[in-house]
Design a protein around this ligand. Structure first.
Ligand code: AVI
Length: 323
């Protein structure tokens, strides 16, 4: 049973929560996992032994830092190294250090929606790499890229790491890549990290850790609805559930109601009923193979010029060029 008293929304969050919980089957977007608490939980996830993605990409950078940096600096012209969604920059620092040590001229321009994240990153870079030129860009990726383009015509190398695009379905990923491609000039490069298809159990373990960090991360969307929209979700009344389809390469996260219940969301004037075992789909984490990456790149106007992988082929970083 669903009842609704109001339909005007103050924020996209309100509208998406409303639409997602009124839908059948129910869904909520994983982009709402990330508030200060969600950011901290994701940081813990990246440090978990089961979450191999971070370590494998770190291994690739550590092994191929020289080759990667040579491709970035081709021709020796100064360039802007732009990172979409910079986070704490742990992996990027390997490349930054290599570029600085090689005397290559570049400016690091991390883009993030959170000024807090950017301040933390800038402070740590000042301490660890004082000679590095940094120009942080607060805002959405596309706003910030447009601003960078308007400022000067310096060649761009754009980083999008951590298989972040895997949280988008293929059509959304293509539209995202097309927008990036549209903001690139000939000669600019796009360097993207993509998690690969592998033993299904390895993937399930990465998204279903025994300590419950991933479960807390998944439930953080309910916690945000409780605090920001004055709701009364009982977090213990939902199970975190992960499935992986080895054919499509899609890992999906759900929250599953373990009892019949009614949730009130005051800010939306909404009462939402859940049957026992009813689901809320919250996240996809797409896994890739070379054929799929080639298809995605071609669909969005790119060509793959190089790729780097860890020793077991678990993760890959691809270099895309505008076609
Ligand atoms: C940010 N993103 C690429 C992570 C992933 O692997 O899908 C988010 C995450 N969800 C659960 N664990 C990590």
């Amino acid at each position: 049973m669903q009842t609704q008293l109001t339909t005007s929304f103050d924020t996209p969050f309100e509208e998406e929560v409303y639409q997602g919980l009124m839908a059948y089957p129910k869904h909520l977007s994983s982009k709402y996992f990330y508030d200060a608490e969600g950011d901290a939980l994701f940081q813990q996830i990246m440090d978990m032994p089961e979450y191999y993605l971070t370590d494998r990409e770190f291994e690739i950078f550590d092994t191929y830092k020289q080759e990667i940096c040579n491709t970035f600096s081709s021709g020796g012209e100064p360039f802007n190294l732009i990172e979409l969604g910079a986070g704490d920059g742990k992996k990027t620092k390997i490349l930054l250090k290599q570029l600085v040590d090689s005397g290559i001229k570049f400016t690091y321009e991390p883009i993030d929606i959170s000024q807090n994240v950017l301040d933390g990153l800038e402070n740590s870079l000042k301490r660890e790499l004082p000679e590095l030129a940094v120009a942080t860009q607060q805002g959405t990726y596309f706003e910030a890229l447009k601003k960078i383009n308007a400022k000067d015509g310096t060649r761009k190398v754009i980083l999008f790491l951590g298989s972040n695009i895997g949280n988008l379905l293929h059509p959304q990923a293509i539209s995202f890549l097309k927008q990036v491609q549209g903001l690139m000039a000939p000669g600019d490069l796009f360097f993207i990290g993509l998690d690969q298809k592998k033993h299904p159990q390895t993937i399930l373990d990465a998204y279903n850790d025994p300590t419950g960090i991933t479960a807390a991360f998944n439930k953080n969307v309910l916690k945000r609805i409780n605090t920001e929209l004055q709701a009364d979700f009982d977090l213990d009344a939902f199970l975190h559930w992960e499935v992986y389809d080895p054919e499509s390469g899609t890992a999906k996260s759900y929250l599953v109601a373990n009892s019949p219940q009614t949730v009130n969301i005051k800010k939306l004037g909404l009462t939402v009923g859940f049957k026992k075992w009813e689901t809320i789909h919250t996240e996809i984490s797409q896994k890739y193979d070379d054929e799929t990456v080639t298809w995605l790149s071609e669909k969005s106007g790119f060509r793959i010029t190089e790729q780097f992988t860890d020793v077991d082929g678990q993760f890959k970083n691809y270099l895309f060029e505008k076609r």
